[in-house]
Design a binder for this molecule. Structure first.
Ligand SMILES: *Cc1c(COP(=O)(O)O)cnc(C)c1O
Length: 385
């Protein structure tokens, strides 16, 4: 039977199996244990941060990041409209309101529109308590500009680096930016713990507070004493072992995704009306590069003669998953009525973009299968024009 090809499936090997077996036989199954401590140290080191706190999801990291930055009921958080719902959901968990900011052609928050969002929010009686920019599809935000604007307004930055672990900007790793950064180890991300995430920061006090809140806000006494509401958000020792094995392979997995990107660029080279999304991405190396989480193309139907949906359906018929870019948050029914500062870019990317399979687990045979379907689709289109 033909196997379905997904956008980004987990890439696990014998190394991960052995790591899990090691954690089980050590007796430290759950909840915490030495694998968690080691994973946190290795992750902090990889991201160029003083502290990492391993958590049950990237969403949990965003939630605790907002709490520890002091964001609360009635506050405003300026965030990217071009993102996965988890970013905006976390803002509502603390009783704050998202204000959605449009993106530039890279898909990341437009710094000029962020400035405008600050102006529009001024004097409305609600304070802007944080800026929450998202590294879209593996490309790190222009933090030099975004963080400058935030700090000029005296507002902290929570970086959503859930999609960008392994990428760099100006020689600095993803998740090294902002007062706090959140990463995700969900099953479809560049590396996975099957489910999990982490919060990264250089602030020791903040990291300690996140650990405490993530373990039900238990006071350090033998009986269970609580003075605040806490959460059950820590990563288990078994999953941390899985994470350590994945982290050791991360650079190799990122390079594999880069090869897939290069292959797609070659495939679409010279195809009128189709361009690679998010270029340039440091494909030749250098201090700024993607982790190439997903490769997406932007299709202009009036030039290409076909719509993104036509290509998606052709791939789907061949059991290959492809999907549009994130549907912007300001278009989501659940956030209808939320404030937004827009210039149409995210809506254009949503209607013209298509993400293609790019997981590091995909082998040469599977990539050839995808390329063959796309090639024959393009040839069929040419023949009918
Ligand atoms: C995946 C993702 C998250 C959430 O991470 P989980 O680990 O699935 O909770 C948050 N933000 C963005 C942009 C994501 O892509």
């Amino acid at each position: 039977m033909r196997e379905r090809i997904y956008l980004s499936s987990p890439d696990v090997t014998e190394a991960e199996e052995q790591a899990l077996a090691r954690a089980i036989s050590s007796g430290w199954v759950a909840p915490l244990g030495p694998e968690v401590d080691a994973f946190e140290a290795e992750l902090a080191d990889y991201c160029g941060r003083r502290h990492a706190v391993a958590l049950s999801s990237g969403t949990a990291a965003l939630h605790l990041g907002l709490i520890t930055l002091g964001v609360g009921p009635g506050d405003l958080v300026l965030t990217s409209t071009m993102t996965f719902a988890a970013t905006a959901n976390a803002i509502t968990y603390v009783g704050a309101e998202p204000v959605f900011v449009d993106c530039d052609a890279t898909g990341n928050m437009d710094a000029g529109l962020l400035e405008e969002a600050f102006e529009r929010c001024a004097g409305g009686g609600q304070r802007v308590a944080a800026v929450l920019p998202v590294d879209l599809l593996g490309k790190v935000v222009d933090h030099a500009r975004v963080d400058d604007i935030a700090s000029a307004h005296g507002v902290p930055v929570l970086a959503d680096a859930a999609e960008s672990l392994g990428a760099t900007r100006d020689g600095r790793p993803a998740a090294s930016f902002g007062n706090v950064a959140a990463v995700s180890f969900n099953g479809n991300k560049v590396m996975t713990t099957s489910g999990g995430g982490a919060l990264l920061t250089d602030d020791a006090h903040l990291a300690q507070r996140v650990r405490y809140l993530a373990t039900q806000a238990r006071q350090p006494v033998v009986h269970y004493e609580h003075t605040e509401i806490g959460y059950n958000y820590r990563l288990s020792n078994l999953l941390a072992a899985l994470g350590r094995a994945q982290l050791a392979r991360l650079d190799g997995m990122v390079q594999r995704r880069r090869q897939h990107r290069l292959g797609y660029l070659e495939l679409f080279d010279g195809v009128a009306g189709v361009s690679a999304f998010g270029e340039p991405s440091g494909l030749a190396g250098g201090p700024t590069h993607d982790n190439w989480w997903l490769t997406s193309v932007i299709i202009d139907p009036s030039v290409a003669g076909f719509a993104p949906e036509d290509l998606r359906l052709a791939l789907s018929d061949a059991d290959i998953e492809a999907r549009p870019l994130w549907k912007p948050m300001h278009l989501q029914p659940v956030f209808a009525g939320a404030r937004a500062v827009l210039d149409g870019t995210s809506e254009r990317l949503f209607s013209t973009g298509l993400s293609l399979p790019g997981g590091s687990v995909l082998d040469d045979g599977q990539m050839q299968r995808i390329h063959a379907v796309i090639t024959s689709f393009l040839e069929g289109r040419r023949a009918t024009r």
